[in-house]
Design a binder for this molecule. Structure first.
Ligand SMILES: *[C@@H]1O[C@H](CO)[C@@H](O)[C@H](O)[C@H]1NC(C)=O
Ligand SMILES: *[C@@H]1O[C@H](CO)[C@@H](O)[C@H](O)[C@H]1NC(C)=O
Ligand SMILES: *[C@@H]1O[C@H](CO)[C@@H](O)[C@H](O)[C@H]1NC(C)=O
Ligand SMILES: *[C@@H]1O[C@H](CO)[C@@H](O)[C@H](O)[C@H]1NC(C)=O
Ligand SMILES: *[C@@H]1O[C@H](CO)[C@@H](O)[C@H](O)[C@H]1NC(C)=O
Ligand SMILES: *[C@@H]1O[C@H](CO)[C@@H](O)[C@H](O)[C@H]1NC(C)=O
Ligand SMILES: *[C@@H]1O[C@H](CO)[C@@H](O)[C@H](O)[C@H]1NC(C)=O
Length: 567
């Protein structure tokens, strides 16, 4: 389903600029991997924080990138120079989560109790990265004041999602050293900024989903509730009433959270009804009652994708099943601005975590047979025809445990990390991976539409008119026009916290020359798009613009009030 077809003025366009380009694609016009630069630390978590910068987080160990007199475990990745500069962190960010608040501040949440001297316990960590417009990042800072600003619980392997009032909901995790299964669970949720006087809320679901419920997959639904997936179980959680509703299990015994990581995404939301659908792919159908030392790195992962529509009728229908082209664990799904979903990274056999199965490989990986060719999932195609890797390139860099990937403002994918080892390990098959790659979609080297004069702040339920430059011949009578409002998410452990795509009703009208006006309507309210930073991308047929960063909502510090109109 396309959002809107700009047909009204198209005949005028075609008259002005002639028919669609007939030029054949150049040799670089297909999808391609480009390796460029090294990350200096293992990028086991990543998040885009500005048009030019991503943050990478790692474990505090012996990474080559240095700060002051020690190894760094955080870095700013400059996407223009393809270089990493160290961040001065206080506590250990190993296996944390994070995301943006409604005021544009990025918060890293939870972490690890380090045994490295001089590194603070990161399990209650809240690391605050204020909005920073310095393109080089030289003046950007990250604040940790653990004595005064910290979580209520110690949380390693938690996940998080920005909710309707612009706060982060922080879910689950483990208190301490859990080598594989969750043996010391944190069966509750809390919020930042604090709610309920800072007292965490018990969540029965987390107890029921033991012992395979680390990094629960959490999604903010367009009515303000949350959908959660852990192990093979799912619920809707009503945040305002503190009520759980149990939904159908993932079929066929497939389990999808750490250490059996599959991945999950909220599919793009379309006006006018914003019907939420969730897609869950990969993981394993292994029982969660088998002792870890009996598991094998060679056991095929699951190739199952399960999809559910979160309406009363959809829930009654239950999960719809289809198969990926290969089994995948620790894979990740990335929403693309055209509404398709990229399936990338991970392994075809084994499990997450390090050196716990009976037959680790190269040299301490619980997984094997890296999945080297991404696939594209088309949500609108008929069942059984949605997944394809036609035209997709194959890489030779394994991205297993502790790797990350994110869409960038340019519209390509930033891929980094992989380290199924306890410390930085070189010279083995699945060594610590520092090479950074981009996966470029075909539009990266094509003539692309370009948005300009986009307001910095996008209030809810309003119409906006912005300028657009359109390469000659791109727009035809039958062109589809899509305008995507996106949170690019926080990548950690096969999950992209807060990642979201809301399509906006839009109309493209010609101006003079190769310019035009794009009119679009912002989401109706702060539940459809939790208030906070976003990128707007315009896609005309197969050509997607560079994303333009905006602030959605009033930009205030959470909790913010309901805004716009309810649908
Ligand atoms: C591992 O390799 C990286 C990249 O070549 C290098 O910078 C680092 O010093 C090496 N570390 C160890 C512990 O050998
Ligand atoms: C680094 O310097 C600080 C402050 O001078 C000192 O306390 C710490 O022990 C040093 N760490 C290492 C690894 O040398
Ligand atoms: C790597 O990135 C740098 C900085 O953007 C650029 O100058 C260089 O051409 C790139 N190299 C390759 C092989 O793409
Ligand atoms: C989900 O897992 C539980 C516990 O292992 C099991 O009892 C249940 O049958 C599973 N559900 C499905 C649909 O396989
Ligand atoms: C479990 O998954 C494997 C690998 O995908 C598959 O071969 C097997 O048939 C599945 N078993 C069940 C009971 O679904
Ligand atoms: C292989 O893994 C073991 C256990 O994790 C570790 O002690 C050893 O140093 C590793 N060997 C190499 C070559 O990295
Ligand atoms: C955003 O809110 C958080 C939580 O209250 C606060 O720490 C941060 O400083 C705020 N940022 C801005 C830019 O106001």
């Amino acid at each position: 389903m396309r959002v809107s077809i700009a047909s009204v003025f198209l005949s005028a366009f075609i008259h002005l600029y002639g028919p669609a380009r007939a030029a054949p694609p150049s040799s670089h016009s297909g999808w391609n991997f480009v390796q460029n630069g090294t990350s200096g630390i293992i990028a086991l978590e990543s998040i885009i924080v500005s048009d030019t910068l991503a943050i990478f987080f790692d474990r505090a160990t012996n990474d080559p990138l240095q700060i002051k007199n020690h190894s760094a475990w955080g870095a700013l990745w400059n996407m223009e120079t393809n270089t990493a500069s160290p961040l001065d962190l206080v506590s250990d960010t190993f296996c944390a989560s994070g995301g943006f608040l409604s005021n544009g501040t990025m918060v890293s949440v939870g972490g690890h109790l380090s045994n490295v001297a001089g590194v603070d316990d990161g399990r209650m960590g809240l690391r605050i990265f204020e909005p920073c417009t310095d393109p080089s990042g030289a003046t950007c800072t990250i604040l940790e004041d653990l004595a005064n600003i910290h979580l209520a619980e110690t949380r390693w392997y938690p996940s998080s999602a920005r909710i309707f009032d612009g706060s982060l909901m922080i879910v689950g995790g483990t208190h301490i050293g859990t080598p594989f299964y969750n043996m010391d669970p944190v069966n509750n949720i809390e919020f930042f900024p604090k709610k309920d006087g800072g007292v965490p809320r018990p969540l029965q679901f987390l107890e029921r989903s033991l012992p395979v419920n680390l990094f629960p997959r959490v999604f903010a639904l367009p009515d303000g509730k949350a959908f959660l997936v852990a192990n093979n179980q799912t619920i809707i959680y009503d945040i305002e009433r503190n009520e759980e509703t149990i939904l159908p299990d993932i079929p066929n015994g497939v389990r999808v959270t750490n250490p059996f990581d599959g991945t999950a995404t909220l599919l793009p939301l379309h006006p006018p009804h914003y019907v939420p659908e969730v897609l869950v792919c990969g993981g394993t159908n292994t029982s969660d009652q088998i002792p870890q030392e009996q598991l094998s790195s060679q056991t095929p992962a699951s190739d199952q994708c399960s999809r559910i529509t979160l309406t009363p009728e959809g829930i009654k229908r239950g999960w719809e099943i289809e198969r990926m082209l290969e089994p995948r664990t620790m894979t990740e799904m990335i929403l693309m601005p055209n509404g398709k979903v990229l399936i990338i990274n991970g392994a075809q056999s084994g499990y997450a975590a390090i050196d716990t199965v009976r037959d680790p490989v190269g040299n301490s990986s619980n997984s094997d047979h890296p999945a080297m060719t991404p696939s594209v999932y088309s949500p609108d195609a008929p069942l059984g025809k949605r997944i394809s890797n036609q035209g997709m390139p194959t890489t030779d860099i394994a991205r297993l445990y502790h790797s990350s990937v994110t869409l960038t403002p340019k519209g390509n994918l930033l891929i980094a990390g992989s380290d199924p080892n306890f410390i930085i390990t070189n010279g083995t098959l699945f060594h610590s991976e520092f090479r950074v790659q981009y996966l470029n979609p075909p539009y990266i080297t094509a003539d692309r539409p370009q948005l300009s004069n986009v307001p910095k702040t996008i209030a809810f339920n309003k119409k906006f008119i912005v300028d657009v430059a359109i390469p000659g011949g791109l727009l035809t009578k039958s062109s589809s026009v899509q305008v995507a409002l996106m949170d690019l998410g926080f990548s950690s452990h096969g999950f992209h916290s807060s990642s979201r795509l809301v399509f906006m009703d839009a109309k493209l009208s010609p101006g003079s020359g190769k310019t035009g006006k794009l009119m679009f309507s912002s989401p109706p309210n702060n539940r459809v798009y939790p208030p906070g930073p976003a990128y707007i991308f315009l896609t005309i047929d197969d050509a997607t613009s560079i994303g333009v960063r905006v602030m959605v909502g009033d930009g205030f510090t959470p909790p913010v009030e309901d805004q716009g109109v309810r649908v």
